[in-house]
Design a protein around this ligand. Structure first.
Ligand SMILES: *Cc1c(COP(=O)(O)O)cnc(C)c1O
Length: 375
């Protein structure tokens, strides 16, 4: 129950065990044609979704360096560990970064972006870089509204880390006007780590033509050309493509609406359970991520609870990062997770909290509160 790598269905795992095939073969080309179509469906876009063999950071870095120029001014939203990472990447490439911060555990203020963009009458801001679901704190940022403000600016692009929102909640790339969207296989895709995905809007492809930041493996022009040919510029992880086709077939069968409502239901069940156990949520309920819930116990070390849950129930919860270590634990509920997994995790947490003598309510109240959302 961590936010990635997430659980992998057996039919996806067994697909991995096939013998690799030539990445320039007709058979592979046919497979890529099918997966490209599936990926466009998942992203709700007409654009090509480009597949990079690398982790989610590779896709996000590619999105940044393919659309910007040296010294460009960018606004970076930072309300957690991943927001912090995109600031570092932007700085590493010599971009002029202005950070718009919110306290960890709170969402980015959409009005701050609006005001800053309206003030930019000379149109110097070239991109707004934000993390949709901030995995480190369990907060979902309002990408839809921020992207609208960026559109009104007219010049800047929206570059979005959707690594733990894509496949968990509605992220319609075209309808929201997202210019760059990045994600990774080990999160909502129900796949092992190793592939990452990035799609660019037509506006972003215009910016690509002028972009002058150094790149080779991550030069997305090569990936676009190859994608149009149902191919890949380099040797991709062929076996992960086998797995991807199966995972996306499962997602298509479930349907986007059902996938999103399952994640929303699990978020509500966990939020209700934690409150009933007497454990404060780290983020306000209405800003809770559909992929992960952070919990901030007051009476014991969060690391101790993680240890008890792991040792007694073999369930791995995520810890807090940096200054949040020991202060919060995080329950991942992303990807291949069903109602039983959620009820089991809640029962394990509730039992463990009581074993520490820290239960504020009667044992079972957490599970009862969760089941109201499940059935
Ligand atoms: C997991 C994750 C990433 C990507 O991390 P990698 O380790 O590079 O795959 C990026 N952003 C968010 C919000 C994530 O949760």
């Amino acid at each position: 129950m961590i936010p990635g790598p997430t659980p992998v269905p057996e039919r996806v795992l067994t697909a991995l065990g096939r013998h690799p095939i030539g990445h320039r073969s007709k058979e592979f080309q046919a497979l890529v044609e099918r997966t490209n179509k599936q990926l466009r469906w998942l992203h709700q876009t007409e654009e090509e979704v480009l597949v990079i063999t690398g982790s989610g950071t590779a896709a996000m870095e590619a999105g940044i360096i393919n659309t910007l120029r040296k010294g460009d001014k960018v606004l970076c939203g930072e309300n957690g560990k991943f927001g912090e990472r995109w600031v570092k990447v932007a700085k590493a490439y010599g971009l002029e970064v202005e950070v718009i911060q919110s306290a960890w555990g709170t969402p980015l203020e959409t009005d701050t972006f609006k005001e800053r963009l309206e003030k930019d009458i000379n149109k110097e801001i070239r991109a707004v870089i934000i993390t949709h679901s901030e995995t480190s704190t369990g907060v979902i940022n309002d990408l839809e509204v921020i992207s609208q403000h960026v559109k009104k600016h007219g010049k800047a692009l929206t570059i979005a880390d959707c690594v733990t929102s894509l496949g968990a909640c509605n992220v319609p790339m075209d309808a929201w006007g997202i210019d760059v969207i990045a994600s990774g296989s080990q999160k909502g895709y129900m796949m092992p780590p190793g592939l990452s995905f990035v799609a660019l809007s037509q506006r972003a492809w215009q910016a690509y033509k002028k972009s002058d930041l150094p790149k080779f493996y991550l030069d997305l022009g090569q990936y676009l050309k190859a994608a149009k040919n149902n191919s890949n510029p380099f040797t991709p992880s062929v076996n992960l493509y086998f797995a991807m086709e199966k995972a996306l077939e499962m997602m298509e069968k479930e349907g986007l609406k059902n996938i999103f409502s399952r994640h929303a239901r699990h978020r509500s069940a966990i939020q209700a359970a934690m409150k009933a156990i007497g454990l404060p949520l780290f983020a306000d309920e209405i800003h809770g991520s559909p992929a992960i819930t952070a919990v901030a116990p007051e009476d014991f070390d969060a690391e101790l609870l993680r240890k008890i849950v792991k040792e007694n129930f073999d369930i791995l919860l995520a810890g807090g990062q940096d200054h949040l270590k020991g202060k919060i634990f995080r329950i991942g509920h992303l990807g291949f997770v069903n109602d039983r997994d959620i009820l089991t995790a809640i029962a394990a947490i509730e039992t463990s909290v009581h074993s520490l003598g820290a239960g504020k309510n009667k044992l079972g109240e957490g599970l009862r509160a969760a089941s109201d959302h499940i059935i």
